[in-house]
Design a protein around this ligand. Structure first.
Ligand SMILES: Cc1ncc(C[n+]2csc(CCOP(=O)(O)OP(=O)(O)O)c2C)c(N)n1
Ligand SMILES: [Mg+2]
Length: 402
């Protein structure tokens, strides 16, 4: 029996039911509002009391939280709580996030071993943003981002071997070992970098949007940038043009709350970044970027709007990076408790895992098997990245302007 019906029938209040079930009343309120990701233990307790009929099946499609409304006059509501997805598609979101997580963990290890040099910015913690958004677009759409780019490349379908070999500076890398972590491209996968200049992905992404419109190819561009980048002048020049010319661009602010060691609140006069397009007539929405289903729901809305010829759309993804800004940052500007809170209660992979298991989409064993398969793919990439030769000396004079 559904919880609401059970409570009505037994005339129990949520508080007394909560006491009986050994669950906090707050958690039940959140569950009923669809804000709580139902975990197995929670559901088992509910099921025991209500007669064994509460399963998470009905809850798989709920977004994690109620999203902040659009900053401009409401155009259309968030696509209902139901962003229905097949089991296969849900598993694929899980697989893609885990592939990025395992890739980044391995990159961190290779960096520690001295096999990767220079800058290396890991994406661990932010996986739901890129995976959720990628699930909304088609193969002809373009993607551009900053230097925190490994996850975006993997999500675009670029081979982890070529990415890892670029990190180790080898010939088999996407830039033949001459670009490194921040500078990789794949025109085949419509991935346009990888940019070390903070904010650069915004005007270039706007230009890519212009090209799509000019060529009338029906595609759009996802332009990712950070909360720190969002205070740059070039961002607003781009917003103006994109809105004026109704360019097909979705601007995605990955608000991980820090720009190097500076928190958003310390550096920014206003912190509700989804409102930043308002002065240019660009609608914006704030999204729980730790919840891949919420990202997908908002992404679908944005894609529909932009592909409908309405001009750009802005999404502020509230997210968190678990590691320091780059591998050389010990991240002393934030507390261990803060990081732990995100890891333990908001992890995007654990969150989806909870839903998949509780909803009967996959067993813990099946998910473990996926993890093993992914670890094999990553081990192969790491091996390739160490076996591939360094670029020949003659390569010093190619692909550069001297
Ligand atoms: C134009 C420019 N200014 C400054 C820097 C130095 N810098 C590199 S990363 C960074 C912080 C950017 O933070 P944010 O946009 O929030 O992205 P995140 O690293 O959090 O993904 C800064 C200031 C730079 N690379 N380019
Ligand atoms: Mg940031």
């Amino acid at each position: 029996m559904k919880l609401e019906a059970y409570l009505a029938e037994t005339r129990q209040s949520i508080e007394s039911f909560a006491q009986e079930a050994g669950i906090s009343a707050q958690a039940i309120y959140k569950y009923l509002r669809g804000e709580r990701i139902p975990r197995k233990e929670f559901l088992t307790r509910l099921a025991k009391i209500t007669g064994g009929e509460v399963t998470a099946n009905d809850f798989l499609d709920l977004p994690g939280k109620e999203e902040k409304p659009m900053s401009k006059a409401q155009i259309h509501p968030l696509p209902a709580a139901k962003a229905a997805l097949s089991r296969q598609a849900m598993l694929s979101l899980y697989r893609d996030m885990l592939l990025i997580r395992r890739f980044e963990e391995k990159a961190g290890q290779l960096y520690g071993m001295g096999l990767i040099g220079g800058f290396c910015h890991l994406y661990i913690g932010q996986e739901a943003v890129v995976v959720g958004m990628q699930s909304c677009i088609s193969a002809k759409d373009s993607v551009i981002t900053s230097y925190r780019d490994h996850g975006h490349m993997i999500a675009c379908g670029m081979d982890p071997k070529g990415i890892m070999a670029e990190l180790t500076g080898r010939e088999g890398g996407f830039s033949h070992g001459k670009g490194g972590s921040m500078h990789m491209f794949s025109t085949e996968k419509h991935f346009y970098g990888g940019h070390g200049i903070v904010g650069a992905s915004v005007p270039i992404g706007t230009g890519i949007g212009f090209a799509h419109k000019y060529r009338e190819d029906g595609a759009l561009c996802l332009a990712y940038f950070g909360d720190g980048a969002s205070n740059q002048g070039q961002v607003y020049e781009s917003f103006n043009m994109a809105s004026l010319w109704k360019l097909p661009v979705i601007y995605i602010i990955e608000n991980n709350q820090y720009a190097m060691g500076t928190s958003l609140a310390r550096a920014s006069a206003t912190t509700e970044l989804y409102k930043r397009g308002e002065g240019f007539g660009i609608p914006g929405r704030q999204v729980d970027g730790m919840d891949v289903m919420a990202v997908r729901a908002a992404g679908m809305e944005a894609v529909k709007y932009v592909k409908g010829g309405n001009g750009p759309f802005l999404l502020e993804m509230k997210t968190y990076r678990y590691r320091g800004h780059s591998m050389s940052d010990p991240a002393k500007y934030r507390s261990k408790e803060e990081v732990e809170e995100y890891k333990s209660h908001h992890d995007p992979i654990e969150g989806l895992k909870g839903r998949l298991v509780a909803g009967g989409v996959a067993t813990e064993d099946a998910l473990k098997k996926i993890d093993q398969e992914i670890k094999a793919v990553i081990a192969e990439a790491a091996e390739f990245a160490q076996q591939s030769p360094e670029p020949a000396e003659s390569e010093l004079w190619t692909d550069v302007t001297v």
